[in-house]
Ligand binder design. Structure first.
Ligand code: SF4
Ligand code: SF4
Length: 232
């Protein structure tokens, strides 16, 4: 979700890359779960989150849509987000001890928090959201904090996805309702509702690292989607 605020209002004014050190490490959160409550629709899932959740938890993405994930419209595009529910408006993956029950498979937005992504000139850098996490922070290397394998490929994917969504958003805004609906349904079907080949026989970690090449799959999905709607 894009926010119309200046960086200086919400950050320390600096932008970071993966090799930089940033004061973001909240040292295990120490009993806090604030950012797992009351987040509204802001924890938006991208296709890699859908892949990671599906393979890690051995469930189809459609099954998450029945419980822990909901759909909402962001700038004319329908996207999935983690659902906040109950009196405490808590994420469905938060356990009774106030810890994330899917820590190895948590979405990208949860992984980078309290960092955010700032996009410009066809790429992005990270910024530190200074007002979002009250814990005392120590310095950590950005790449360590975001805790995601294949970071070069992941950066390429995150960037491509962001700018593809911008194109879809513009296209949806110029389209009639019927076409906008088709754009959105195809986006969900092609990028999120893939049945990933988790055979359930390995450990969770092995399942995540199985031979299925997500990034290659994403390239193919992007090509298919562009052929259908954009490259005309
Ligand atoms: S608000 Fe900060 S300390 Fe609290 S759970 Fe989130 S990251 Fe951890
Ligand atoms: S997935 Fe985990 S870290 Fe993210 S909001 Fe839910 S409980 Fe918190």
């Amino acid at each position: 979700m894009r926010r119309n605020v200046s960086l200086s209002e919400i950050s320390d004014g600096k932008l970071y890359m993966e090799n930089d050190m940033v004061k973001a490490d909240c040292r295990g959160c120490a009993g806090c779960s604030d950012c797992c409550h009351g987040m509204g629709e802001s924890i938006i899932l991208d296709p890699y989150d859908a892949f990671r959740l599906s393979v890690g938890l051995r469930r189809s993405f459609a099954s998450f849509l029945e419980r822990e994930v909901e759909l909402h419209v962001v700038d004319g595009v329908i996207l999935p987000n983690l659902k906040m529910a109950g009196a405490g408006e808590a994420c469905a993956f938060l356990n009774e001890q106030g810890r994330c029950s899917i820590h190895p498979y948590r979405p990208g937005i949860c992984r980078i928090f309290p960092l955010g992504r700032y996009y410009e000139n066809g790429t992005f850098r990270y910024f530190l959201q200074t007002g979002e996490c009250k814990a005392a922070h120590s310095k950590v290397k950005v790449s360590k904090w975001i805790d995601t394998p294949d970071q070069k490929q992941n950066r390429e994917f995150v960037t491509r996805w962001h700018y593809l969504l911008k194109e879809v958003e513009e296209l949806a805004a110029q389209s009639d309702d019927e076409t906008a609906k088709k754009l959105n349904l195809a986006l969900l079907q092609i990028f999120y509702l893939t049945e990933y080949p988790a055979d359930g026989s390995g450990t969770e970690e092995q399942n995540l690292q199985q031979k299925f090449d997500f990034y290659k799959h994403f390239e193919q999905c992007e090509q298919n989607y562009r052929n259908l709607f954009i490259a005309k």
